[in-house]
Write a protein that binds this ligand. Structure first.
Ligand SMILES: [Cu+2]
Length: 192
């Protein structure tokens, strides 16, 4: 490591000499940096990296602060709940792991308002195949706080949303037919 330092140092000097005085080149480099950051999404939004599996569950790779996990599911563990502060910005990213065709196996993430009847919602959503299992009925649509698109095998979808200000428990589900009933659901716990 040490033997490279003088070399790096002279490179830095060269760089400073070349770009001194806020040249156009420097501005251009800064612009490129900003672009790269946007692509990589290196923002400070907490991201829940979930996987949807054929056993119709939301799972994660392991325990992490801000989530609770349950039993082992193959290489993963069951994602049971997410804890968030009121108004906290969160990102839910969902990868579907499946070899089945999209018509047979796809997943989404639908976060519902506190007083929603999740079972009734899932039932109605399961019939909205033409709309990727998101109900078009206004009364049902109004029960959605945030949702992703459907992710078929190998696909990743994500949604960035703000946790409600009101503390309490909010259920989230996968609205693909039958998945809620099979346990593809969890709770967003909003706590001070
Ligand atoms: Cu699902």
């Amino acid at each position: 490591m040490t033997r490279f330092t003088p070399y790096l140092f002279s490179l830095m000097l060269l760089f400073v000499a070349a770009c001194g005085g806020g040249s156009d080149q420097q501005t251009e480099e800064q612009a490129t940096d900003t672009q790269a950051q946007a692509t990589e999404q290196t923002d400070d939004v907490r991201t829940i990296e979930a996987i949807g599996i054929d056993r119709m569950k939301f799972v994660v790779k392991g325990d992490k602060e801000g989530i609770t996990t349950g039993k082992k599911m193959g290489d993963y563990v069951l994602l049971k709940s997410i804890t968030a502060a009121p108004g906290e910005k969160l990102r839910f990213r969902l990868l579907t792991e499946s070899d089945l065709p999209a018509s047979a196996m796809a997943h989404n993430f639908v976060l519902l308002v506190m007083d929603a009847d999740a079972a009734a919602f899932a039932d109605a959503a399961g019939k909205a195949r033409d709309n990727d299992f998101i109900p078009t009925d206004t009364k049902l649509k109004d029960q959605i706080i945030a949702h992703t698109d459907l992710a078929a095998g190998g696909e990743t979808v994500e949604i960035t949303f703000t946790a409600p200000e009101e503390t309490g428990e909010y259920e989230y589900i996968c609205s693909f037919p039958g998945h809620y009933a099979s346990g593809m659901k969890g709770i967003l716990k909003v706590e001070e």
